[in-house]
Ligand binder design. Structure first.
Ligand code: NAP
Length: 558
């Protein structure tokens, strides 16, 4: 088959394709739709789950809910489709989002081009014809000209290597790979390990009816109210009527998201003042308004709470005062107050996490002061010798973020080099989109892109659009390969690190820095310069004929 000429209508009849997309979460669905229906390429998506949804497919733990407002958490794929779906709450549940992804799959007729229940084992680049061969764990293979990695920034669960884990005789779950069957905590003794976003959400469900609920906390995170509620009448219609204008406006904001539908005093606008430019009483009023309204307006209320230590400390102090008001036992309250700078770990939005610590069946266990020593057949033993006997252990211990989904596959680029080896000292990419030595392989939600620091759906769509334009350009000009110039890539990585160093994000341990995984190289994994600047950088490079990338034609075509 003449691969360069294989652009064809509809889905591929065989296994030789223009594009293979790995993953059918929002990124993969958007890529499949755009490349197949807008650009008429032959495309196949490969998905490990039995249905689409990515993170929302795997994270079906009780209490799972999005932290981006539902009216902004949708693909802008077409003016018709975005009008057809209706949300019920300000922040959607996992179940509703999964229904939305299924709606997209049905509405856009995507399932016929997705191989479900299929996990990719390897992707190998062939220099002789600039193709990629993707092989599944089941042994099937696909050959393509362009490869799109849409395997998710937070999709590889981290199960710490606790000694004795295999000996545990009770039930064991990880929030990021939750079973489809309903799991009951009623009357059970349950230990949860981890108090990040997943842990905070599931804790409120476990504590409802567990006989005893041990919350094993290593580090207290910062938690602010979500202010979740049903969407009020007219709210959804108003946003839908203004979608084009609002989506454009959101894209001018750092996180590509913000909407205030109810009035507050003062109004919540992404702050244009330093926290030190206002008197303490005014600061309190602004924080109160953001706190009561709920959502991430709190961390954007001033320009500097995510930038400087002094400003971040004031935000942390405000939250500490709220915890002391809520939690009756003063010792528990103090343990729940984070000693991290506000914003170093992802700030969590939530409903009533702090309230559960006023219940008799809930105990906060400090596993920084008294770390987990081992798992035993009946529970968890701490280094002090304390044995916590339980029926169920829930690990809410997060993910091998941004790189895990890629390094667990055998991805071989030029000269057979393995991506996992190339990234041994930490990931390097250009724009988070491509890696030097891996021609024709595009990444969505990769390290050194905005990804989870912005409305991730908007960030995904922006990258999909960039990739589509890039492939169109290459095909029109007859190029068969593209990869970053290694100097341009090094410059981008340096730029990303410089931006991060000038913020609060690097002043503590988190999955942003790789610190949550034993042995993972440290380095800031995301672009913190904000969505608009990231998009501008990508657009500028494209407008200059992919400046900083090496474009080549196959030998027989030159
Ligand atoms: P996470 O934020 O990385 O939290 C993991 C938790 O497990 C932390 O409390 C961590 O403690 C603890 N932990 C890890 N290893 C441990 C060990 N060996 N012993 C004791 N504790 C250990 O993971 P996550 O909660 O799954 O959230 C990850 C990201 O996914 C979030 O930041 C967010 O971006 C996304 N997410 C979003 C939502 C939402 O939209 N609402 C919901 C869930 C997840 P340390 O802090 O001390 O490391």
């Amino acid at each position: 088959m003449d691969m360069a000429a294989s652009k064809s209508n509809g889905s591929a009849s065989g296994r030789d394709l223009d594009v293979v997309v790995i993953g059918a979460g929002f990124a993969g669905l958007a890529a499949l739709h755009q490349l197949r229906d807008r650009m008429n390429y032959s495309v196949r998506a490969i998905e490990a789950g039995s249905a689409a949804g990515g993170t929302w497919y795997w994270n079906r733990y009780p209490g799972a809910r999005c932290d981006v407002e539902s009216m902004q958490y949708s693909l802008s794929i077409s003016p018709e489709v975005e009008q057809e779906w209706s949300w019920t709450e300000r922040f959607a549940t996992q179940g509703e989002i999964l229904d939305y992804t299924q709606f997209l799959v049905d509405r856009l007729d995507l399932a016929k081009d997705i191989d479900f229940n299929t996990r990719v084992a390897s992707a190998v680049y062939d220099e002789s014809d600039d193709s990629w061969t993707v092989t599944t764990e089941g042994g099937d293979s696909y050959r393509c000209r362009w490869l799109i990695m849409a395997a998710g920034p937070l999709s590889t669960p981290n199960v710490p290597d606790f000694p004795g884990l295999d000996s545990f005789q009770g039930e064991f779950y990880h929030t990021g790979a939750w079973p489809k069957d309903q799991i009951s905590f009623a009357g059970k003794r349950v230990a949860q390990i981890g108090t990040g976003s997943s842990g905070v959400q599931i804790a409120q469900e476990i504590s409802k009816d567990a006989a005893k609920h041990f919350v094993l906390q290593r580090t207290a995170h910062h938690i602010i109210p979500a202010g979740n509620r049903p969407l009020h009448p007219g709210e959804q219609e108003e946003v839908k009527a203004r979608y084009p204008e609002l989506r454009k406006f959101w894209q001018t904001l750092l996180g590509a998201t913000f909407y205030q539908s109810l009035p507050t005093d003062p109004p919540l606008v992404p702050g244009d003042k330093s926290i030190f430019d206002v008197a303490p009483a005014e600061r309190q009023k602004i924080f109160d308004a953001a706190w009561n309204y709920g959502g991430y307006g709190f961390q954007r209320a001033f320009t500097d709470v995510l930038k400087t230590i002094d400003a971040s400390v004031l935000a942390g102090d405000y939250i500490a005062s709220k915890i002391r008001e809520k939690v009756k036992d003063p010792q528990t309250a103090e343990k729940l107050i984070s000693s991290q700078y506000f914003g170093t770990k992802r700030v969590i939005i939530d409903k009533n996490y702090y309230d559960i610590f006023n219940q008799d069946n809930v105990e906060l266990v400090d596993v920084k002061g008294d770390p987990i020593d081992k798992i035993t057949p009946t529970g968890i033993q701490l280094q002090s010798g304390r044995q916590i006997d339980v029926d169920t252990i829930v690990c809410a211990t997060g993910f091998d973020a941004l790189t895990g989904a890629l390094t667990r596959m055998d991805i071989r680029g030029r000269g057979g080099s393995l991506l996992r080896d190339v990234w041994k000292e930490g990931p390097e990419s250009h724009l988070g989109l491509m890696v030097s030595g891996f021609p024709g392989m595009f990444i969505i939600g990769g390290p050194q892109s905005c990804s989870a620091l912005a409305n991730v759906i908007t960030a995904n769509e922006q990258q999909v659009d960039w990739i589509c334009e890039c492939i169109t350009y290459l095909d029109e000009k007859g190029f068969t390969s593209i990869e970053p110039d290694s100097q341009a890539q090094a410059d981008w990585v340096e730029h990303v690190n410089e931006l991060a160093d000038a913020t609060i994000y690097t002043k503590g341990d988190s999955w942003y820095t790789g610190a949550n995984i034993d042995g993972k190289p440290r380095g800031f994994l995301l672009y913190v310069g904000g969505y608009p600047n990231y998009k501008a950088a990508c657009d500028e490079i494209a407008s200059k004929g992919y400046d900083g990338f090496r474009l080549e034609k196959a030998k027989e075509l030159t």
